[in-house]
Design a binder for this molecule. Sequence first.
Ligand code: ACM
Ligand code: ZN
Length: 751
Amino acid sequence: MIRAILIFFVLLSNTIFSQNKLNLIPYPHNVNINEGNFTLPETFILNSELPKNETEYFKKRLSSDLKFKESNKSDANLVYSQLPKSGKSEQNDEFYSLEITPKQIQIKSYTKQGYFLALQTLIQLIQSNQKDKKIPAVKIEDQPKFAWRGMHLDVCRHFFTVEEVKQYIDYLAMYKLNTFHWHLTDDQGWRIEIKKYPKLTTVGAKRKESMIGAYVDNTFDGKPYGPYFYTQDQIKDVVKYATERHITVVPEIEMPGHALAALTAYSELACTKGPFEPATKWGVFDDVFCPKEETFKFLENVLDEVIELFPSKYIHIGGDECPKTRWKECAHCQALIKKNNLKDEHGLQSYFIQTIEKHVNSKGRKIIGWDEILEGGLAPNAAVMSWTGIKGGVEAAKSGHFAVMTPGSYCYFDHYQGDPQTEPLAFGGFTPLDKVYSYNPIPEELNAQQAKYILGVQANLWTEYILDFKTVQYQIFPRMMALSEVGWGTSDSKNYKEFEGRVINQFKLLDKMGVNYAKSIYNVTGKVISANNGISYELSTSQNPNGIRYTLDGTNPTANSQTYQNPIPVSKSMTIKSAYFENGELKSAVSSQEFITSKTTGKTITLEQQPSENYSFGGAFTLIDGIVGNVKQLGKTWLGFQGKDVVATIDLGQKTQFSEVYFNTLDNKGSWIHFAKSAQVFVSDDGKSFKMIKEIGKDEILAAKGKIKLNVGNQNSKYLKIKIENAGIIPAGNPGADSKAWLFVDEIGAL
Ligand code: ACM
Ligand code: ZN
């Protein structure tokens, strides 16, 4: 009884709390909501002493909501005072206070940047209260937790115009992000004019054609792409635009890898003669900058022009994914390793980065690079952008180097944000809104002193699969809102639902701006569960569960379709389609799941060796869940085993007749995925002594293109065991040569 009362109380106070929360993202640190409201007047009066540029921005943002007039009187609607620097203690340059009373709005800050951030808060308050024209009386005192709150944009795989880049910068400003990382050079295109080296853009800014569709399809569009690049005048214009919005633009010039476009223009900078061409495919390429005198001279000259254009403290020099294949075979590279007593090619990578660092430091700037710049020893003053995980950031911070956290599993916005079947083609991975929101940029292994080296957090948008700006919008919204709150330091994943409510409120503003945001948070998700020695399909939504409708006949659900109540039994092959409805209106995409059942579906399976962590979704159960693998869902419908065989034993529950055993395996050499080398099928009645009933080799697997169907004669057994052999070490001449190959398997069936 007492517990019941307590629960009631908690619920009640939660409700009051969430009703009282302002519609703001990122949520401010200190909010005191007071009695009364400020009523927006017909004409909003701005004090004439307000900082000019920022106030112009404010007027533009609200031009369709309000009329403006200036007044030099102290009773203007908006007044500003600059705080004395001496008053700063715990407060940083981005601090602001925003006090709204029924009479007036007052902003205080140390800097114009603080004033600008306060205006962003005020704009959100005004725009989310348009209906009744009243904004609540409130006192907000606020500042970000992290100094680097970034978004990256790859303009090499696909190019975006100056106007689009400016819109991107506008989105950052709206959500108080302050760093725009502009990925300007890569294998598929060089996108920045360099006066001293015109061929970088006449030759390196175009490619013969582009890959289209999923990587595994290996299909090309046959259409020349480019030349697309930014002139130096355009770059200056973008930097000015960003600066007016208090956003730092950090340019990235990739080295020593991801350099094919540059090498196409100046092949003398490579280890071999070429000729080269800008890549038409996605991935990592063996031809990289050779660390010769003339390469360093070239890169230093390029960086000198870059430094002139970009006032940022940091210059990003890439450093990721640099294969050592050419360096191993290059006489010059090997002599350089000897001469400088370097340990190996990783030492040479470190030598490369350190040489560049000296030059950049001599110009009064610092370098930042992807976490591979730790290989062979970190350059003395370098900062690390930790992307392969958090290790790079941890290692940097522990050794007194700054780090920006951008781990793939939380911060890569080219990943899927909903069920891939309902999403546009994306790179892979699964990083929904709540996952981004749950990220804590300070790794647990750091103490308070080391944690100070975590500069902040950033999300990256690689554009292999993003062909246009509408898709850019889709991939960043609403996840950028979660990132914004993580960087601001007010995210709280325990209160994710409350955050989601504020996100849904922001959708109205995005609608007004014509932004194509993802509605994935409304989507119905399905989960196969084991039930009655078979499977059922459980549907859920983060919204009201009574809003789920579904069909089993292949038609799209409508508001009148069956209401979901309990997990749906899957006793035969079928397709379940579901969607989320509110007040009769379809809110989500339609989710569709095809099931192909067999005698193994939902039975008990054990694996001798577990799949690799990143490709272990659902565990062994994934192999008998009735879902055949989809190449768009490597991380979900397939299990991945790096360097390991699949040895699976399925307990069919009782003696069972079957005559065919099937499974699929993948081949995608660019991603180090190779077909199995062989497969063997065994049966047993006691689960102890097994008899081999079938064996196939590599040629048969190749001939079947990995879609294996094995005729095993008439069997009647309780246990079925299958061994699928990993290709082993990747042979020379393939991407990832000498590393362990991946084996992917989706479903093991018996008919
Ligand atoms: C990266 O994603 N290659 C930095
Ligand atoms: Zn070389």
